[in-house]
Every structure is written in C-alpha cells, then in structure tokens.
Design a protein around this ligand. Structure first.
Ligand code: CP3
Length: 344
C-alpha cells in the first residue's frame, strides 16, 4: 500500500521533501493523559505491552493528539531478553528489574534464540492492528535495542549509572561476552524481520548505553553486532541511535543503514562533516527545551532545523520525552517544525 504521508521514508532514502518530517522518541507514553487512562485499566506496564489491542491503542494516540509524521509501536526493548528466557519486571517509578541475570557460560547456554512468532507474537499482532487502523496514513516504526544495550540489562539486572557489572564482563570474560552478544543479535534479527513482515515500514535500533563504553570497547563489542543487524535487514530503512557515542560517528557512518540518530551533545554541522552526505540525520533537540516558553521552544527548534538544513534530516529530540513535559509544549515543537521556513 502506498502511504499518504511518506515524508520520513523519503527523507531516510535521501530524497528531497517538501518539509522536514517529525516524530518523537517516547511519543507514546506517560506525557499523555489518554495514555495514563489506558495504563490505569491494567495491572502494570507489561500487561499493557503484551495486550495487542491496548498496545495498538496507545501507539495510535500520539498520531492524532500530537500530529507526528510516524507512529512507533508501543513496546519495550526488554522484550528480547524475555523472549530469550530472561524475564523482566517493570517496577513503578524505578524501572526495569531482572530477577535472574547472566553470570556464566551455563547461563548463556540456557538462553534461546528468540522466535518472533512464538515468543513475540503479541508485538506482531499489535503491529497488524496498528497498520489496519492507520490505513496508509503514515509509516509505522518498529524497533529493538542494540545488542550492547540489551547485554547491559541482561548482565546488570537493572538500570545503573555505571553498568559496571556489564562492563566488567567485557573485560574479564570477552569470549563469553561475544557469545551472549551473538545470541542477542540473532534474536534481534529474527524479531525485526517479524516486525517488518507484520507491517513495520522502518526500524530503529536504540543503543541507549553506547556512551559508557570506551571507543575501543564500542568497536569490539557494539559496532560489529549492529553491523550484522543492518546487513541482515535489506527490506526497510534502518536508523541507528547510539546515545552519547559522539566518538563513534565516523564508524556509524560506515554502517549499512540509512539514518543516524544524534543526541543533543552532538553538533549538527560538525556531525554532518564527520558522517558525510550519505546518511540522513535524526534528532536532536534537548528534551529539556520543552520546559521552556512557547517562544523559547520555537526559537530553539528553528536554530536546530537551520543547522541541519532542509534535506536528509528527520526532526526529533536527542532522547526520549520526559514524563512531566506538557503535551501542549510537545505540540508547539511539532508545529514549529511543520511551519519553519529555511533562511537560504
Ligand atoms: O513511544 C515510544 O517511543 C515507544 C515505546 C517505547 C518504550 N520504551 C515504552 C516504555 C520505546 C521505544 C522504549 C525503548 C526503551 N526502553 C529504551 C531505549 C530508549 C531510551 O530511552 O534510551 C530503553 C533503555 C528502555 C528500557 C526502559 N523501559 C526503562 C529504563 C524504563 C523505565 C524508565 C521509564 O521511563 O519509566 C522503561 C519503561 C517504559 N518503556 C515506559 C514506557 C512508556 C514507562 C513505564 C510505564 O508507563 O509504566
């Protein structure tokens, strides 16, 4: 089916478009009262994410309420560890928690390669419902965590400022680390292919903890696996968002992907020089700009758009929306992108 709004897909492929497209990381979620109303009907986040009708409903909310140019399927990156045999809990106000973690080779051997249909059928079902409801209005973004970030949660067992248990494993057990990273990679490829068959029009890899690795560790333990995933998915455009990995931009530019996500610490003009003209760039407004006045938001959004220029840029934040940002401020950002006129 041809899409009525395919701005993001055309921009990803490097075509010139009539305006810069826009969506937001974490657009489906706690900032919307409509989300909280659905969330209050269920026990917890996991019940919401594993009930396809409800996951589809909250995926569609920002499409109409905020006016974005794409939907992103409501799920979490931590469904992959669960599908491999390591279940998680989502603890209110604290975040993810794994009752069991990976500590030894025996633990790695116990894990299975995720089967998209058998283990993650609930996400694929939600994608199908969303696609039917969107009826070609705009693309649907599928996603997964990048292998290093998933490894970090599976070894650490929760969020962490340092992820020192996970980094310790890279230094002390490199062979085991590579075995686990390969299993995560194989699972992620199956999963993303399942999402694409179900209807995802493009996919994004979130490497949220990229920035805590040294450049050398990133080169050994992160990039080769992201590269395998990009090579294995020729079907749709791919976005790689490696948060805080300013040191890896040159290498990210060599990946077989269409778009590189930038966080707010990466200057648009400098990033374009480092990455070259072969990729679309996505980002990168500091989410905290959305605490500013409407005038401040329009000004900062304009500066960002002008710095990226009119082509090969997908407007977004430099990371996910924070839960206490007001929906009207988000709308202001989206409208500012849609109304902006470039200064030649
Ligand atoms: O709108 C969207 O972007 C789609 C949905 C989405 C969620 N998580 C839903 C969610 C996406 C793309 C994610 C990705 C995700 N999950 C990442 C990568 C992006 C990033 O932020 O760096 C990471 C690291 C996670 C892991 C995770 N999930 C954490 C650390 C937490 C707790 C912190 C928090 O924000 O509460 C979650 C929970 C989570 N995932 C929520 C949502 C809407 C909040 C829980 C709730 O509503 O009860």
């Amino acid at each position: 089916m041809t899409l009525q709004n395919d701005l993001i897909l055309r921009t990803a492929r490097g075509e010139k478009t009539e305006r810069t497209p826009v969506w937001l990381m974490r657009q489906a979620g706690r900032i919307l009262p409509e989300y909280r109303a659905v969330r209050d009907k269920v026990k917890d986040f996991i019940e919401l994410a594993t009930t396809p009708e409800l996951a589809a409903e909250v995926t569609l909310q920002p499409v109409d309420i905020l006016g974005v140019d794409a939907a992103i399927i409501f799920s979490d990156i931590l469904v992959i560890p669960e599908a491999m045999g390591l279940p998680y809990e989502m603890i209110e106000k604290r975040g993810p928690y794994f009752p069991e973690t990976v500590k030894s080779l025996a633990d790695v051997n116990k894990l299975r390669i995720a089967d998209a249909q058998a283990d993650l059928g609930y996400v694929l079902e939600a994608i199908k419902i969303v696609k039917r409801a969107l009826n070609g209005r705009m693309p649907l973004i599928g996603f997964a965590g990048a292998p290093w970030t998933i490894f970090a949660y599976m070894v650490e067992g929760s969020g962490s400022k340092t992820f020192s248990k996970a980094k310790r494993m890279l230094y002390t057990e490199p062979v085991l680390s590579h075995q686990l990273l390969q299993k995560i990679t194989d699972s992620t490829i199956q999963y993303l292919k399942g999402q694409i068959t179900a209807g995802a029009d493009l996919v994004q890899l979130f490497d949220s903890w990229a920035g805590i690795l040294s450049p050398e560790q990133y080169r050994s333990f992160a990039l080769p696996y992201i590269s395998q995933i990009c090579d294995a998915i020729p079907e749709v455009p791919k976005t790689v968002f490696a948060k805080d990995a300013w040191f890896a931009r040159q290498e990210l530019a060599q990946l077989n992907c269409e778009t590189i996500g930038l966080d707010w610490t990466m200057d648009p003009i400098e990033s374009r020089k480092i990455i070259g003209n072969g990729k679309t760039l996505q980002g990168n407004l500091d989410p905290c700009v959305l605490y500013a006045s409407y005038e401040g938001i329009r000004r900062e959004t304009g500066k960002m758009l002008q710095a990226f220029g009119p082509h090969r840029h997908i407007a977004n934040l430099g990371h996910g929306l924070y839960p206490d940002i007001e929906p009207d401020k988000v709308r202001c950002f989206i409208d500012a992108v849609k109304e902006f006129r470039f200064i030649p």
